[in-house]
Design a protein around this ligand. Structure first.
Ligand code: AMP
Length: 399
């Protein structure tokens, strides 16, 4: 069984074709700059060299046609017929509070995705265009939407509500939704497998730390709190995003800069975080290197990051009434031994003991706590695409 996983933005389309017999990727690629000068497709059959075609790609329908042609290509393709594709799974950034799990696409779901546009104005329109494009090319193919927000829909109301007047929730759905849910779900499931314990018996904090970072409290397999909010700006310090701060900073800075709401949003999302504090880079590798050379602002950015993560883990330990496992994933979580060690050292009083030797791992599954650590610490590389492929298979064909 072959499943096509699609992550479609407003001007890009990423895809992976999974062979579900062994959950391997047969081919993947990216269509970039859709509707913009210099549009191109880069396609790669697993084990072969990638190839790129630069050609005008006016919209998502043309992009999808090129993807399907690439999959069928005599030299670079992996399919003899498009009938070999059993279903498509689509990554959706926000399903608001309409979707608690993945769903099979029908007209009602397409309406639901449109209703959620105000919650993800930069992402959901692209997702919708991606679905429409494959429906146009392959009208009989089942499509499944897998929502970044769905895993967080189990949060209790007192965790997701903000202290704004009630009408803002009732009328405008202003609340915490969270993000990276597919990743948190994937690593939570995998962690239980690695530890050989039922997920339903574990109190876990999953730390997805990348350019965007979010931390979730996963109690007995269900998310009960998460650090991102209405939008992915909340939580810990990120590459270019502020993370949490007093909301009154917003009008305060606007009064000084005279930024409009959109300009202010851009300032908090693109100019802040590791980049804004260190003045060096949004990439933690560069910030770590600068800190090693004595750059004090770079060191401050690192201190803020590690302090923020450890505070969330402490808070979520209270929220869950205990802690069995901490899981690190995504670019920083999988690769930065320094960040993992810095965070875990602050949690020693809670029974977290990191093993510096074991922690030298990068991008690989590993238990990095000492054998006698009360709380286990794991590195688990995330795989959101595989999770989407599995969800698509489950929804269309059952387990
Ligand atoms: P992601 O958004 O998950 O792709 O994560 C990207 C981020 O991971 C980069 O911007 C870096 O900050 C971070 N990263 C990747 N490799 C390393 C590394 N070896 N050490 C520290 N940070 C890393």
């Amino acid at each position: 069984m072959k499943i096509l996983v699609i992550n479609c933005g407003s001007s890009s389309l990423k895809y992976q074709l999974f062979d579900m017999e062994n959950e391997s990727v047969s081919a993947k690629g990216l269509v970039d700059r859709i509707g913009i000068d210099g549009s191109n497709i880069t396609h790669r059959k697993t084990g072969a060299e990638p190839f790129t075609i630069t050609t005008p790609i006016k919209d998502h329908k043309v992009a999808m046609k090129l993807v399907l042609e690439a999959l069928l290509d005599k030299e670079h393709g992996v399919l003899k017929s498009l009938d070999e594709i059993s279903a498509a799974g689509h990554r959706i950034v926000s399903g608001g509070d309409l979707y608690k799990e993945s769903v099979l696409v029908d007209d009602k779901v397409m309406d639901g995705l449109r209703q959620c546009i105000p919650l993800a104005p930069l992402h959901n329109p692209g997702h919708i265009m991606g679905i429409e494009a494959i429906q146009h090319a392959l009208p009989k193919l089942p499509n499944v939407t897998v929502f970044d927000t769905a895993f967080h829909q189990t949060m209790p109301d007192y965790a997701y509500m903000y202290g704004l007047p009630w009408e803002f929730y009732e009328t405008h759905r202003v609340r915490r939704y969270g993000a990276h849910g597919t990743s948190h779900h994937f690593v939570a499931l995998r962690t239980a497998e690695i530890l050989g314990k039922p997920l339903s018996e574990l109190k876990m904090v999953t730390c997805h730390l990348g350019n965007g970072s979010s931390i979730s409290a996963v109690k007995n397999g269900k998310c009960i709190d998460t650090s991102m909010g209405l939008t992915p700006l909340a939580g810990v310090l990120m590459g270019t995003r502020t993370g949490d701060m007093d909301p009154a900073c917003v009008p305060f800075v606007q009064n000084i800069t005279k930024y409009s709401a959109d300009e202010m949003n851009n300032f908090m999302n693109k100019k802040s975080g590791l980049l804004g504090i260190s003045g060096v880079s949004s990439d933690l590798r560069d910030v770590e290197e600068a800190a090693h050379k004595g750059n004090e602002r770079a060191q401050l950015a690192i201190n803020m990051l590690e302090y923020g993560i450890s505070k969330y883990i402490g808070a979520y330990t209270v929220a869950m009434g205990g802690l069995d496992v901490i899981v690190f994933t995504a670019g920083i979580g999988e690769n930065s031994a320094e960040t993992r060690e810095g965070v875990c050292k602050k949690l020693e009083f809670m029974g977290v003991k990191i093993d510096s030797e074991k922690n030298r791992v990068r991008g690989k599954e590993a238990i990095v706590s000492t054998d006698d650590s009360k709380v286990k610490v794991l590195v688990v590389p995330t795989n959101e695409e595989l999770m989407i492929a599995r969800e698509t298979k489950r929804i269309v064909f059952g387990n």
